[in-house]
Design a protein around this ligand. Structure first.
Ligand code: AMP
Ligand code: GLY
Length: 432
């Protein structure tokens, strides 16, 4: 790999995950130049950001050709589901991310549920419905809580955990009748509620060969102690010991290996990230969902934990030559604390100027999500999750301390964040 010439890279996306991937490119000895489409305020300070419609594969191919990019890293799921990697492959441009056939694991929950059942992979029992009346009749007979999911992409908002039958019916009506998620609610899944603690398992997959990154934990609720509304993720840390050696053994044997074999058996040549959301239940790990890209904010904590250059891994996966035995991981723990805009996850404030600390302690970095760079150079808020403070330490406790020493030094009107990121693991580490 080292003997090859350096490459020009294009990153697709505009969130914190993509800013973390940009930082990987800027550190990589493999990369001569990097640009981003469409990017955000933080990325605009470090690389050229270009406009693009990520749902239009032909537009992406034209952009790659115009910029002379030699490798494309696809951040979010939407371009993958629209077949951007298929179009790039047809144009002879290597890219990191699965083809549309693999992206269906995230783009259609009905498809992924069927995949899990066919390949006998542990997951929640579920039924799929296309008609409201049979869905309502079915849900009335189920015990509570019960989980209602829109099958299509709904930006992480298409899941309702109903604690009463009235709430379950209301969720079905809003998805199937009022169409709050548009055609994503044409098919709805009614699923058994799984009790346990969740973990995010990020795999970098090349057919049946895979690298499992350290298990991480996201914090989806807006409020401390996991209360309040669901968000895209208010913080994350890795590694998490909720995945004990025994859980990891079962995860690999009962979930990961059957999934990769199943993909192959179904004729899907999967190359890219496979994010397996698991619930660690009293009967073992079970799949909550698949995503076909890195988690955000999990990506921000996992990239700094790779001692091997992630670009080398992504290039080898795209080429179909990856061997996980060559990869080295770093010791220690990493955390991200997300700073959100006023009103998030509801109607958010935008356009507030952000003040940054003058310098950062060693091992701490700021990753931008919803920010914009004004022509005068100031950075303003422009999205729900505004930015994140990433910190690495020998222990999680040290990483937490470092991150929270910087968080209050970032200021903008309406800013809010959780003060308890990593609390489950800190308790475990303290033997509580
Ligand atoms: P999903 O988009 O499928 O990941 O669902 C979003 C969140 O809802 C998950 O991260 C879980 O916290 C929760 N969830 C989804 N399905 C279930 C389930 N069957 N049992 C318990 N919690 C679930
Ligand atoms: N952090 C959860 C996700 O990226 O879906």
């Amino acid at each position: 790999m080292a003997s090859k010439g350096k490459i020009k890279v294009l990153i697709l996306g505009s969130g914190g995950r993509e800013h973390a991937l940009l930082k990987v490119c800027l550190r990589s000895p493999r990369v001569s130049q990097v640009c981003v489409a469409p990017g955000n305020g933080g990325m605009a300070m470090e690389a050229e950001c270009l406009p693009v419609d990520l749902t239009k594969p032909a537009e992406v191919v034209a952009l790659v050709q115009r910029t002379g990019s030699q490798f494309v890293i696809v951040g979010p799921e939407v371009p993958l589901a629209h077949g951007v990697v298929d179009a790039l492959e047809s144009a002879g441009i290597p890219a990191y991310g699965p083809l549309a056939s693999g992206a269906r694991l995230e783009a259609s929950k009905a498809f992924s549920k069927d995949f899990l059942f066919r390949h006998k992979i542990p997951t929640a029992a579920a039924e799929t419905f296309r008609q409201l009346d049979p869905a309502i009749a079915y849900v009335r007979q189920q015990s509570l809580p019960i989980v209602i999911k829109a099958s299509g992409l709904a930006a992480g908002k298409g899941v309702v955990i109903a604690t009463t039958h009235a709430e379950a019916e209301e969720a079905l009506r809003s998805m199937m009748e009022t169409k709050i998620f548009g055609s994503s609610g044409d098919e709805v899944i009614i699923e058994e509620f799984m009790q346990g603690e969740e973990a995010s398992i990020m795999l970098m997959v090349c057919g049946e060969e895979y690298l499992m990154l350290p298990p991480s934990q996201d914090h989806k609720r807006v409020g401390e102690g996991d209360t309040g509304l669901n968000t895209g993720g208010m913080g994350a840390y890795a590694p998490t010991t909720v995945v004990t050696p025994e859980v990891e053994r079962r995860l690999r044997e009962e979930i990961i290996i059957p999934t990769l074999r199943g993909l192959k058996a179904d004729g899907i040549d999967y190359r890219g990230t496979l994010y397996v959301g698991i619930m660690v239940t009293s009967t073992g790990p079970r799949v909550v969902e698949f995503n076909v890209r890195f988690g955000d904010p999990e990506c921000q904590v996992l990239m700094p934990m790779l001692e091997t250059d992630p670009i080398e891994i992504m290039e080898a996966i795209a080429a179909g030559t990856f061997k996980s035995s060559s990869v080295k991981l770093c010791a220690g723990s990493t955390i991200i604390v997300v700073l959100a805009a006023g009103g998030y996850p509801g109607d958010i404030r935008k356009g507030d100027v952000i003040e940054f600390p003058k310098d950062l302690p060693a091992g701490v970095d700021i990753v931008h999500s919803g920010t914009q760079k004004l022509p005068d150079g100031r950075i303003v808020t422009s999205g729900g999750r505004v930015l994140g403070v990433v910190a690495h330490g020998a222990t999680l406790q040290e990483a937490v301390k470092k991150a929270y020493s910087v968080v209050p030094k970032i200021r903008f009107e309406g800013c809010h964040y959780r003060r308890d990121i990593g609390y489950r693991q800190l308790k475990r580490d303290a033997g509580l």
